[in-house]
Design a protein around this ligand. Structure first.
Ligand code: ZN
Length: 270
């Protein structure tokens, strides 16, 4: 990361390093390496309970019009909170979160092509495929959060989802087929198998930021909450900064500002 052009650019003043909670060690090492090369840079490492794939999807959905490190950070956090993410798995024998039942665990040792669908959340769930009747609490939320302007979910699948998994996503509330992407990271640490096919469901126009609550006295960036996320100092309460709504269907940017080391990959509709 310390040799990344964007990181080395003098116009980059802050760096946000997102890391999965399980195994944030490499992220801290990378941040320390960058700090050694550019000690004047404000570097923030944030470990979040999401897979690398889900984080990448949240980052690439940040619209171009969101400027400033704190604004991008707040937008990414809001998008992560609104994502539904999971995977199709041929086996749940090595899955820990969400936790499969003992019966599912035992069944995983038998050969069965349909596999399982696992969805993260609070508490998340695992189901053997095919699913006859989906429980209401396993469907995508029907009412979008306040400020959301999109009319339908989109889903990106990172690999080839079996049809039985796509059918379940439709019964969860998806209305269009998942966009097929190439996998960009090894799913094994999150799902227990390299054969897992991850998917991320989101509202394309989600998560309009609330107005900023203040301004950082050091970097002069708008701040959401009490402190600047990068300078770690108390913000000066200030007038609200209006944030305009994003039109539905706005395509995501190829890369988001102020974020590094998260690659993107395009793909065709699955
Ligand atoms: Zn600051």
């Amino acid at each position: 990361m310390a040799t990344d052009e964007t990181v080395l650019s003098p116009t980059t003043r802050q760096l946000l390093v997102l890391s999965p909670q399980a195994g944030s060690g490499p992220a801290h090492v990378a941040a320390a390496t960058v700090a050694a090369v550019r000690p004047e840079l404000s570097v923030r490492v944030v470990a979040v309970p999401f897979s690398t794939t889900a984080m990448m999807r949240a980052v690439e959905m940040v619209p171009d019009r969101v400027h400033g490190a704190n604004a991008v950070f707040a937008d990414v956090r809001a998008r992560l909170d609104a994502l539904t993410w999971g995977a199709w798995l041929p086996s749940v024998a090595k899955l820990t979160t969400p936790a499969p039942t003992l019966r599912q665990h035992v069944h995983s040792w038998l050969r069965d092509r349909s596999g399982y669908l696992a969805v993260h959340g609070d508490p998340g769930w695992v189901a053997k495929l095919p699913i006859g009747q989906l429980a209401p609490d396993r469907q995508l939320p029907r009412v979008p959060p306040r400020g959301v302007v999109a009319t339908a979910y989109d889903c990106h699948a990172f690999g080839e989802l079996p049809e039985v998994a796509v059918a379940t996503l439709f019964s969860m509330g998806l209305t269009s087929r998942p966009v097929r992407r190439e996998a960009t990271s090894d799913p094994t640490p999150v799902w227990g198998t390299a054969k897992a096919v991850e998917f991320v469901v989101a509202w394309p126009g989600v998560a309009e930021l609330s107005p900023a609550t203040g301004r950082c006295p050091i970097c002069d960036e708008a701040v959401w909450g009490h402190d600047c996320a990068f300078c770690r100092v108390r913000a000066i309460p200030g007038p609200a900064v209006p944030v305009t709504a994003q039109p539905a269907g706005t395509p995501p940017p190829a890369t988001a500002p102020h974020l590094a080391s998260l690659s993107t990959a395009g793909g065709a509709t699955q």
